[in-house]
Design a protein around this ligand. Structure first.
Ligand code: ATP
Length: 267
């Protein structure tokens, strides 16, 4: 469904992504992990068209979409739920959701989509007439996800849906993502810092560091899994060393005997 080859993105002179090659098959759930500043958000933006690629190919359903505008990619069925929610705070929950279905194919199915989203997130039904800016962080994330689903996408790009949320809400959000995936057979590319939960849900994953893919693999029995489990150890560490410096602190090193997979460059 999605095939990225040799993708590069620069901001001014800074290379945010270099030679990124990645595949997401139809119906697959692929997760993308990596430290802060690795380029995860940039990659999702380059797929949805909110940043321009400087080189490479983004093929979606066999067609190179790298030069298409974001609205044209959305019309083809790519929905991007951005980091930090980005709901329209002065519009109601209902209005935010309806904005999600501006794509022609989705507009026709707006009533049906709205019913599905409100069934997935009953709290949004209770808050339908409330301004989105007055919702809690978790509710805003549900709204952002719901708005993405209103577009009736075929490929859903999710950027850190757990960001800034407490464990119970995160669990609920992940359960819903899993349910959406199973019931709708959607293709999902998820960016997450919560490696444990993301790996439980996904089929395969990629690790990105300083703009390059340094590892990929399935979630069981591969180098990717063992690396990811070390990332997991580090992300459990109260010092969050992996996020802060891409290096293990002494506690993490003690727990992980096999060395640090990412900083040492696994490829
Ligand atoms: P995080 O996990 O912290 O969200 P990330 O992996 O998503 O990080 P990006 O946000 O894609 O990383 O950023 C990749 C690099 O590009 C970083 O060095 C960042 O500072 C830089 N960058 C991102 N957006 C811009 C921009 N609009 N202008 C200039 N540099 C940018």
């Amino acid at each position: 469904m999605l095939s990225i080859t040799g993708l590069g993105v620069t901001y001014g002179g800074l290379h945010a992504l270099t030679g990124v090659t990645l595949e997401v098959g139809a119906g697959e759930f692929v997760t993308l992990v990596g430290p802060n500043g690795a380029g995860k958000t940039t990659l999702l933006k380059a797929i949805s068209g909110t940043v321009a690629a400087s080189e490479g190919r983004v093929a979606y359903q066999g067609r190179d979409v790298a030069r298409l505008r974001a609205s044209e990619r959305a019309a083809l069925g790519i929905a991007h739920v951005p980091e930090g929610r980005r709901v329209f705070p002065t519009l109601t929950v209902r209005e935010n959701l309806e904005l999600g279905s501006y794509r022609r194919a989705a507009r026709r199915r707006r009533t049906e989509s709205l019913a599905t989203v409100l069934e997935l997130f009953p709290i949004l039904r209770e808050r339908e007439r409330q301004l989105a800016g007055s919702l809690s962080g978790g509710e805003q994330q549900m709204l952002a996800l719901g708005r993405g689903l209103m577009a009736q996408p075929e490929l859903l790009l999710l950027d850190e849906p757990s960001q800034g949320l407490g464990p119970r809400i995160v669990e609920q959000i992940f359960e819903t993502i899993d349910r959406i995936r199973r019931e709708r057979r959607l293709t999902i590319l998820l960016v997450e810092q919560r490696v444990v939960e993301a790996l439980e849900l996904c089929d395969r994953g990629y690790v990105l560091e300083t703009g390059r893919v340094v590892l990929d693999g399935g979630r069981e029995g591969s180098t990717f899994t063992s690396s990811a489990s070390r990332i997991r150890e580090a992300s459990r560490c109260g010092r969050a060393c992996w996020r802060a410096s891409h290096r293990p602190c002494r506690d993490c090193s003690a727990r992980s005997s096999g060395g640090w997979p990412i900083a040492s460059g696994a490829r």
